[in-house]
Design a protein around this ligand. Structure first.
Ligand code: ARG
Length: 471
């Protein structure tokens, strides 16, 4: 057996069971690129500070370059007995270039090394997720553009509430995604500080330049406190929290589309290319991708909970427990990217069933609230809302409630009531009431900022088309 890089004080090698249990190479090899970046920066700094010669530096840089090439070509042999990505690369470098490689770990510990790698990895992962997030936003906005003027029932408690423009509803998801991206970018700002040079926990007496490595690696600055630098995992907690919130949003979108694709709703038809069938029921066509978006949100939440539980009660500074931070993070990122991508794919492959939706609109008295507003507006007198004849909203709510009850007993819609029937409930009703009834009329009456009125929705849509650069 090869002596471990840390093997000096040991008289026996670890047992196979311990080696297998403690290794992380099976998953942390995903950090290879960032590990090599970090090592290159460190070697350059050591040379600049006169701790290694420029020729040692050059052979280290060349060796690392070759190792990266080998890894990418699939030629590199990852060894479990070399424990993790850091020692695999360092030992391979030593095999390749000999003595200069042994100087690379000067003024460095795996504790600051792994965090440097991990922060760099998370930084890239955030950028990837934000790109996928934007692709979904674009898909939703394009879906909105394709469906101008389409009114759908808006729900609260999953009961019919008020008519809304489909565009308005789709843009609600775009807003959520925008905040999701914002949370990730905030997290990126906070995580972009460099732990390298914190060494094991206490820093070093050697003349390193932490500002130089931080700058090469495009961190904002070195972390101020070396103990914090090797202990902190709140950057991952924050990152996975942001992913969990995104996952929740996507699970809601998933649920909505699964419902809408049902026979009972029938609002959307997903194309065959985003549907799957049943192994027994020949007629089935299922919206599986969105069901799995809903389902996979569980993993992303679970990954966060794993990390929270992992960190709870850990003393400063590094503890080996923390090696367990990688897999949930990798899983969270892979899953959230998949969820965003498939949601965009689904959005590009659904059609709204205008006729079916149109037929569904008369049910549920979606215009009742508009009618209550009518009474408030109508009774205000020609100029002011505070005239004596004003109907308080609570009263108009009650009057319209009774109108709805009348419709329920007659099995008709509000617009089917005669003026006399309405006047029997309140003398304020006038001929113009019919301009407020029916979903088309009702939607036209909305005018508050951010509302479902067509002008308001058009300006929201304009905002997103411009912001996302859609043509
Ligand atoms: N593989 C370890 C991890 O991912 C690297 C740091 C190990 N440090 C140590 N002293 N054992 O956390």
């Amino acid at each position: 057996k090869e002596t471990k890089l840390w093997g000096g004080r040991f008289e026996e090698s670890v047992t196979d069971i311990v080696e297998k249990f403690t290794e992380s190479i099976s998953f942390d090899k995903a950090l290879y690129k960032h590990d090599i970046m970090g090592s290159k920066a460190h070697a350059s700094m050591l040379a600049k500070q006169g701790m290694i010669s420029t020729s040692d530096r050059d052979s280290i840089l060349q060796g690392l370059h070759e190792i990266e090439r080998q890894i990418e070509a699939g030629e590199f042999v990852w060894r479990t007995d070399r424990e993790d990505v850091h020692m695999n690369i360092e030992a391979a470098l030593t095999d390749m270039i000999g003595d200069p490689a042994k100087k690379l770990h000067t003024a460095r510990s795996r504790n600051d090394q792994v965090l440097t790698d991990f922060r760099l990895w998370c930084r890239d992962a955030i950028d990837t997720i934000v790109e996928s997030n934007i692709r979904l936003q674009v898909a939703l906005v394009k879906l909105a553009l394709k469906n101008e003027g389409l009114i759908v029932p808006g729900y609260t408690h999953l009961q019919r509430a008020q008519p809304v423009l489909l565009q308005h509803l789709l843009l609600a998801y775009v807003e959520q995604l925008e905040r999701d991206a914002g949370r990730l970018l905030d997290c990126r700002v906070r995580l972009n500080f460099c732990p390298l040079g914190a060494c094991a926990l206490a820093g070093t007496g050697l003349p390193i330049d932490r500002f130089m490595t931080a700058e090469i690696l495009e961190f904002t600055a070195p972390m101020r406190n070396s103990i914090d630098a090797v202990s902190d995992r709140d950057f991952v907690l924050e990152f996975l929290s942001a992913n969990a919130i995104t996952a929740i949003h996507l699970s809601r979108l998933g649920e909505e589309w699964v419902l809408w694709a049902s026979e009972e709703f029938g609002f959307i038809t997903p194309s065959d290319s985003v549907s799957t069938g049943s192994s027994i029921m020949p007629q089935k066509k299922n919206p599986d991708p969105m069901e799995l978006v809903r389902g996979k949100s569980a993993r992303v939440i679970g990954d966060l909970v794993t990390l929270l539980t992992l960190c709870k009660g850990l003393p400063l500074a590094y503890n080996r427990d923390l090696q367990e931070d990688k897999e949930p993070t990798f899983d969270s990122v892979k899953t959230i990217v998949g969820m965003l991508e498939v949601s965009a794919e689904f959005a590009q492959n659904i059609t709204f069933n205008r006729e079916r939706i149109q037929k569904a609109l008369p049910a549920g008295h979606l215009d009742a609230t508009t009618l209550a507003d009518y009474l408030v507006h109508k009774a205000k007198g020609p100029t002011k809302f505070c005239s004596r004849s004003q109907i308080p909203f609570r009263t108009s709510h009650d009057i319209v409630g009774r109108a709805v009850a009348l419709c329920v007993s007659k099995n008709c819609q509000l617009q089917d009531l005669s003026l006399d029937e309405m006047r029997s409930l309140s003398p304020v009703f006038d001929e113009d009431v019919y301009e407020y009834l029916g979903v088309e009329n009702a939607v036209k009456k909305f005018c508050s900022y951010g509302s479902t009125g067509s002008a308001c929705v058009a300006s929201q849509l304009d905002f997103w088309v411009t912001k996302l650069g859609i043509d």
